[in-house]
Design a protein around this ligand. Structure first.
Ligand code: ADP
Ligand code: X2W
Length: 287
């Protein structure tokens, strides 16, 4: 039987085209924020995990920061509690904080870790409490105390750099520790932006359930700058959960991260499409 070389040809072509991008990002830290809305079923998580495992395999240093807002909301509902958000931040009483810590540090974190390991990665899950990673204090939202919502006081990235050096993929749940070890609920976009800044990452990529930041006519805004962003927030084009994403994407690039991207995490291989094409996908935010 004749040997069919066509598949090998395809693979060779793809690898050749990928090579300049692999070279560009090899050894670079890339923070990927994995939103709860982009992990709605096992096949979405598996697809995400394949991309991240591949990044590691070709020499990049992916750092995953995940959310889990919808998963927390679903569990609260089972307990008969309604979710309430102010400016994209969950109102977090003591009982809610327990659920947040259980869901983010437990079920959601381990689902992401297991999926990565299933794809041949060596992932290690941690919360901001581990290794003194995230020190937090109460965040006032719109001047109001809305419970255990935390803002980041300090990040000690040593646990991340140690894991990276050992060949592991850090998977971080955004729960911080207060002065007395108490838990704070930190919005995952805030945590990802700040961690990217402290690591001076090459990129921070936010995976969400929209194709990017959309304008009033639902068209993707492919590029955004600082003055545009505040205008779009104040006229209501950017609202709800997109507000912290855009604000902390900007904060990251203003703090030295080369670029921030908001992309559709529901699309297969969205991270690779962003990394391995010149045009990228979704919305690019520059300082
Ligand atoms: N201008 C906008 N473009 C796209 N999405 C927007 C915009 N403004 C608000 N949103 C909302 O923000 C949501 C994404 O934020 P969020 O629900 O917090 O997701 P995630 O779990 O990924 O953090 C979108 O699904 C959409 O409903
Ligand atoms: C303070 C605050 O709002 N914390 C978030 C943390 C999870 C998160 O940010 O999840 P997504 O990225 O999936 O939205 C929450 O409790 O929902």
């Amino acid at each position: 039987m004749p040997i069919d070389h066509s598949n090998a040809q395809n693979i060779a072509q793809v690898l050749t085209e990928a090579l300049p991008y692999i070279r560009r990002f090899a050894g670079k830290t890339i923070v990927v924020k994995y939103g709860g809305n982009a992990m709605k079923d096992d096949s979405m998580i598996a697809s995400f995990a394949r991309d991240i495992a591949l990044m590691k395999l070709v020499g990049m240093n992916p750092v995953v920061v995940h959310g889990g807002g919808p998963q927390i909301g679903a569990h609260l509902e089972k307990l008969g509690k309604k979710s309430e958000f102010i400016e994209g931040m969950r109102v977090t009483d003591e009982e809610t904080m327990d659920v947040v810590e259980m869901m983010l540090g437990g079920l959601v974190n381990k689902a992401v870790v297991a999926a990565l390991n299933q794809q041949g990665g060596r992932a290690v899950g941690l919360t901001g409490k581990d290794g003194g990673l995230i020190r937090a204090k109460k965040m006032l939202v719109g001047g109001k105390d809305i419970g255990q919502v935390g803002e980041i006081e300090k990040i000690d990235p040593r646990v991340i750099t140690h894991l990276e050096a050992g060949g592991f993929i850090p998977v971080i749940a955004p729960v911080g520790a207060g002065e007395n070890g108490e838990a704070f609920n930190i919005n995952a976009d805030v945590a990802a932006g700040k961690i990217a800044a402290v690591l001076q990452a090459e990129k921070v990529i936010f995976l969400t359930n929209a194709p990017g930041v959309l304008d009033k006519d639902n068209k993707i805004l492919t590029g955004l700058t600082v003055p545009q962003v505040e205008g779009l927030i104040s006229d209501g084009t950017i609202y709800g959960g997109m507000v912290p994403k855009v604000r902390y994407a900007l904060d990251a690039v203003n703090s030295g991260v080369k670029s921030a991207h908001i992309i559709d995490g529901r699309v297969d291989h969205s991270v690779l499409l962003e990394l391995f094409t010149d045009a990228g996908i979704g919305t690019l935010i520059r300082g």
